[in-house]
Design a binder for this molecule. Structure first.
Ligand SMILES: Cc1cc2nc3c(=O)[nH]c(=O)nc-3n(C[C@H](O)[C@H](O)[C@H](O)COP(=O)(O)O)c2cc1C
Length: 387
């Protein structure tokens, strides 16, 4: 059993365990990966203000997200194709989240379906919606999410068309796939991964398959998704979805103050400040940089969540200090899953919880609700003088 001290350790294990095409699908970003890098760099650049002799005992991480009690202000982000990173990946992720007392958000483009995840867990989970040109799909999938008791719908709005990831093209991870000798050798050298995926409940996009009532396989369902993506999605559609969904509605993929205000005006309950983990508009700002002004503009009216580059409890604490009510983790979840399945996701969550607790103690805050910008180090004049 390797010694795992942080999420980066899980990333390194995942890199060894899963085929390169799938690891890079998770790890990389779009185009020149400027935004992907910025998400991490800008989080790293923030410094805490250390406080001492403040009775660092008994820190509590429990709080609420979207009005639901959670053990810490972290949830698992929706990620497509997760059942190919590890067999039954979505079920394992949802189970680990349930055990840790945090929420799991299932992607429209998941491998395991809404019903699969519902059958495998008891806790409420959230559902993420991509709107396709075939509006019947959205209506039916929303009904299925309601029937499964999902408590929040995350409408992803930053993907009217897909940003290009060079690695996916080079690795043949395209629709249709390009099978190369290198891929075949790579897959053959990862038998544990292959067996896990083969033994998994599903091998195609579960939610789409159920809707299309067919078993034509992952590439047919993937092609349907690619052909059906609706680039004309607009604010009017938010109205339509708001009418269909009676529970919490969250707009995911907001980076602009005006858009955040509009989301609040249209009756959204929350937004996720997100650049899709640097997978869409390359050159968009790091989420941590736009978070403060968005939180200031709408944080009193709706819940502001953030994702992008969050790999540790320290990152979560920084986001909370700058106005987020909670964070979503995408890659940190997938690295844990790829490394060790359910135990790996549990490890990611426990690492983040422990890091968050220690960092809260060292910055002198007792409870999540006490976290303010005051815990961040202010360089003031020094930065301008380059000290
Ligand atoms: C492999 C992968 C697949 C993703 N698929 C989806 C998806 O299906 N729907 C969605 O709204 N966001 C998707 N995202 C974006 C995540 O929900 C989240 O915004 C992003 O991963 C956060 O950045 P992080 O990975 O640095 O934590 C995906 C991200 C990754 C890494």
């Amino acid at each position: 059993m390797p010694v795992v001290t942080n999420v980066e350790d899980l990333r390194q294990i995942a890199r060894r365990k899963i085929p390169r095409a799938f690891f890079e699908f998770v790890d990389h970003g779009s185009y020149d990966q400027i935004t992907l890098g910025a998400n991490r760099e800008e989080l790293k650049a923030i410094r805490f203000r250390q406080k001492v002799l403040i009775d660092a005992d008994n820190r509590s991480l429990s709080t609420t997200m979207l009005g639901e009690k959670v053990s810490m202000p972290v949830a698992i982000a929706p990620t497509g194709l997760t059942g190919l990173i590890h067999g039954d990946g979505e079920i394992l992720g949802a189970r680990a989240a349930e055990a840790a007392g945090v929420r799991f958000c299932l992607s429209t483009m998941s491998i395991c379906s809404i019903e699969d995840v519902r059958a495998a867990t008891k806790a409420p989970f959230w559902f993420q919606l991509y709107v396709f040109r075939d509006r019947g799909f959205s209506e039916s999938v929303i009904e299925r999410a309601k029937a499964a008791g999902c408590t929040a719908l995350f409408l992803t709005v930053d993907l009217p068309m897909r940003g290009q990831r060079h690695c996916d093209i080079k690795n043949g991870l395209t629709v249709p796939p390009r099978l190369t000798a290198r891929n075949a050798i790579d897959v053959a050298s990862k038998p544990a991964w292959a067996l896990g995926v083969l033994m998994g409940k599903r091998k195609s996009f579960g939610n789409v398959d159920v809707y299309l009532k067919n078993k034509r396989g992952i590439w047919a369902a993937g092609k349907w998704g690619a052909d059906n993506f609706d680039a004309s999605l607009s604010w009017d559609d938010v109205n339509w979805i708001r009418k269909l969904w009676p529970h919490k509605l969250v707009i995911k993929g907001v980076l602009d103050v005006e858009d955040a205000r509009r989301a609040a005006d249209m009756g959204a309950d929350g937004i996720v400040v997100s650049n899709h983990g640097g997978r869409q508009l390359d050159g968009a700002p790091a989420t941590i940089n736009v978070l403060p002004r968005i939180a200031e503009a709408v944080g009193e009216r709706i819940e502001v969540l953030m994702d992008g580059g969050v790999r540790s409890g320290q990152d979560v604490l920084k986001a909370l200090a700058l106005g987020a009510k909670g964070c979503l983790i995408g890659r940190a979840f997938l690295y844990g899953l790829g490394a060790m399945g359910e135990a790996g996701v549990a490890k990611t969550l426990s690492l983040i919880a422990e890091e968050l607790k220690v960092s809260m103690s060292l910055t002198g805050v007792r409870a999540i609700e006490d976290i303010t910008r005051d815990i961040l180090f202010d360089y003031g004049e020094d930065r301008r003088r380059n000290i």
